[in-house]
Design a protein around this ligand. Structure first.
Ligand code: NDP
Length: 244
């Protein structure tokens, strides 16, 4: 059955691959991010393949823009079946580099962006008495390594927020499902956000060695989306076979 699916951070990487896959499968997809040119290209590609998609430029650090995205989805397609909080960045560095602006940025996008997404989508889902919120965490939401403290903290937060939300009674009453997608190294533009040369070198090496394609993660999201309504896929951890 066709679903209306909103994806943040859909201008590249995992969000883009997921939008394509879900649109290919007959869903109506609303893609959002800040780079309008990339969103336009994505919508054109989806339409050329016979799928349905629209875009809405949204900065997830701006609460009103995220609320507008939800309204836009409902105005366009009439409902929101799935909302994927996927936008994120990973400017990793050891804390002794004092990249405090980057710490702020990760907290704003990776945590507050997810919360704003939940606040935007939930009222519609409660009204509909159905819905599915998917939050992108990471294997870094399960473990921390030097240089990854703040990024991991944001991804741990995504898992905790998701689990707390899942346990809220009002959600079960409204048939709302929560899923977390926790990937390992995936070949995307994510490492480009790293400005610390030492960390960049280490992460680039790791990605060169074994990063998997974003399409693999898209397939995992599709599995969660397609699960029968009485079944919630609460978390999928997916990583390259050779990644510890
Ligand atoms: P990309 O860098 O390719 O994609 C990140 C997306 O987030 C882009 O579409 C970007 O769009 C968007 N974004 C960044 N800042 C904002 C903002 N302020 N407002 C709206 N959108 C924003 O990386 P990935 O596809 O890898 O990342 C997607 C998610 O997957 C992230 O949450 C990341 O942490 C997570 N992840 C990735 C892994 C990997 O190895 N690649 C592993 C584990 C988790 P734009 O710049 O146009 O706004």
């Amino acid at each position: 059955m066709s679903k209306v699916i909103v994806i943040t951070g859909a201008s590249s990487g995992i969000g883009e691959a997921t939008a394509k896959k879900l649109a290919d499968n007959g869903n109506q997809v609303v893609v959002s991010a800040r780079r309008e040119d990339r969103l336009k290209q994505l919508v054109a590609k989806i339409e050329a393949a016979g799928g349905q998609a629209v875009y809405h430029v949204t900065d997830v650090t701006k609460r009103e823009e995220v609320a507008d995205l939800a309204k836009f989805a409902v105005d366009t397609y009439g409902k929101i079946d799935v909302w994927m909080n996927n936008a994120g960045l990973m400017p990793q560095s050891t804390l002794d580099r004092y990249k405090i602006d980057e710490w702020d940025r990760m907290i704003d996008v990776n945590i507050k962006g997810v919360l704003y997404g939940i606040a935007a989508a939930l009222p519609y889902m409660r009204e509909q008495k159905s819905g599915h919120i998917i939050n992108t965490s990471s294997v870094a939401g399960h473990a921390v390594h030097p240089g990854g403290s703040v990024y991991s903290a944001t991804k741990f937060a995504v898992r905790v927020i998701s689990e707390g939300l899942r346990q809220e009674e009002a959600l079960a009453e409204s048939n709302i499902r929560i899923s977390v997608i926790s990937p390992g190294a995936v070949a995307t533009e994510l490492p480009d956000t790293i400005t610390d040369p030492d960390t960049k070198k280490r992460v680039d090496k790791l990605y060169e060695d074994f990063a998997i394609d974003a399409e693999r993660v898209a397939a995992a999201v599709q599995y969660a989306v397609d699960a029968p309504a009485d079944t919630a896929i609460n978390e999928i951890v997916i990583r390259p076979t050779s990644q510890h």
